[in-house]
Design a protein. Structure first.
Length: 321
């Protein structure tokens, strides 16, 4: 009888105990783990991050000294610049045959947009255009013959400031083989997100461009790597997830207080074969609210999902940790 009891203990109870121990070990091992990319905690304060950005900028001064250009007149684009140009490049010949998604603007609409842009350039505070609050300080800062890498108080305080690559404060700042104007849609979008979601006060587009270059997120011959958002986010106290190209998913992310960075190809937002980045920060019954770093006009209108959904390559949703 004792021998039979021992056999039961060996072949029945012992395996059960081993299974229980294994399950518990998995539970405890997993409880302390975080998602590999999206929940990486930032150990830096906003002040420390600001100091880090200053250090990154200082690293880029050698390149800046070699390629310094006049800020009074933006230099003509080189062939290398035009490869990345999202504003004045002429890539229609190599572009796919895509039907236009929006109608030509009337002369009246063009005049309204021109007046709004002029107001943005001269106003010292935000204003409302077509139900969209716009905060853009382009041409409000005295350049005094040099680059201005800082942001205005209005931009820092804005819920979603609009930064433009061709802002004369930094248009000629070097980025890769080009300039902010020609090539830096990625860093400019990231600067908008960082400034909107954190208390970091010096995340201007050229500062983020310096960070991007120093961390090898600028890829020669290709432009800005998507890793700038996916991996660089944690250095600024943010997390980043890639989400699906779906209207409900995009709206849910915005409802959580996140902002979206979209990688788009030839279509409504760019005629460049190199692609483009834009920011989406809100929506209402009229459509999504866009900050396009290459166009004031496209940032002052609503975009129904059906109009631009076919332009989307990737969508990254960023929020504060």
């Amino acid at each position: 009888m004792k021998k039979k009891t021992k056999l039961i203990g060996i072949f029945v109870i012992l395996p059960v105990l081993l299974v229980v121990v294994f399950v518990l070990s998995l539970k405890f091992d997993g409880s302390g783990k975080q998602e590999p990319t999206t929940e990486k905690q930032s150990v830096y304060s906003d002040e420390e991050i600001s100091n880090m950005l200053l250090a990154e900028y200082n690293k880029s001064q050698a390149a800046l000294a070699q390629t310094q250009q006049s800020t009074e007149e933006v230099a003509d684009l080189t062939p290398e610049d035009e490869e990345y140009d999202d504003m004045i490049g002429d890539a229609e010949e190599d572009a796919p045959d895509i039907a236009a998604s929006d109608e030509e603007l009337s002369a009246e609409d063009e005049a309204i947009i021109a007046a709004a842009e002029q107001e943005a350039r001269t106003s010292s505070s935000s204003f409302n255009y077509n139900g969209i609050e716009v905060v853009s300080s382009m041409n409000q800062v005295d350049l005094s013959g040099g680059l201005v890498l800082s942001l205005t108080d209005a931009e820092i305080a804005a819920a979603h400031p609009l930064f433009l690559q061709y802002d004369p404060r930094w248009a000629t700042f070097p980025y890769g083989t080009g300039t902010m104007k020609s090539s830096a849609c990625g860093p400019t979008c990231f600067a908008m997100v960082i400034t909107a979601l954190t208390n970091i006060s010096n995340a201007s587009p050229p500062m983020i461009a310096s960070y991007s270059m120093n961390h090898n997120y600028y890829v020669p011959g290709a432009g800005t790597a998507h890793g700038l958002f996916l991996n660089g986010c944690s250095d600024f106290g943010l997390y980043c997830n890639e989400i699906s190209n779906d209207e409900a998913t995009m709206k849910a992310a915005i409802d959580r207080g996140e902002m979206l960075v979209l990688s788009v190809h030839y279509g409504n937002f760019t005629h460049s074969g190199a692609g483009h980045f834009i920011v989406i920060y809100g929506y209402n019954e009229n459509g999504f609210m866009v900050n396009d770093p290459a166009s004031y006009d496209r940032s002052c209108r609503y975009w129904p999902y059906g109009v631009f959904s076919g332009d989307i390559n990737k969508i990254y949703s960023l929020g504060r940790l």
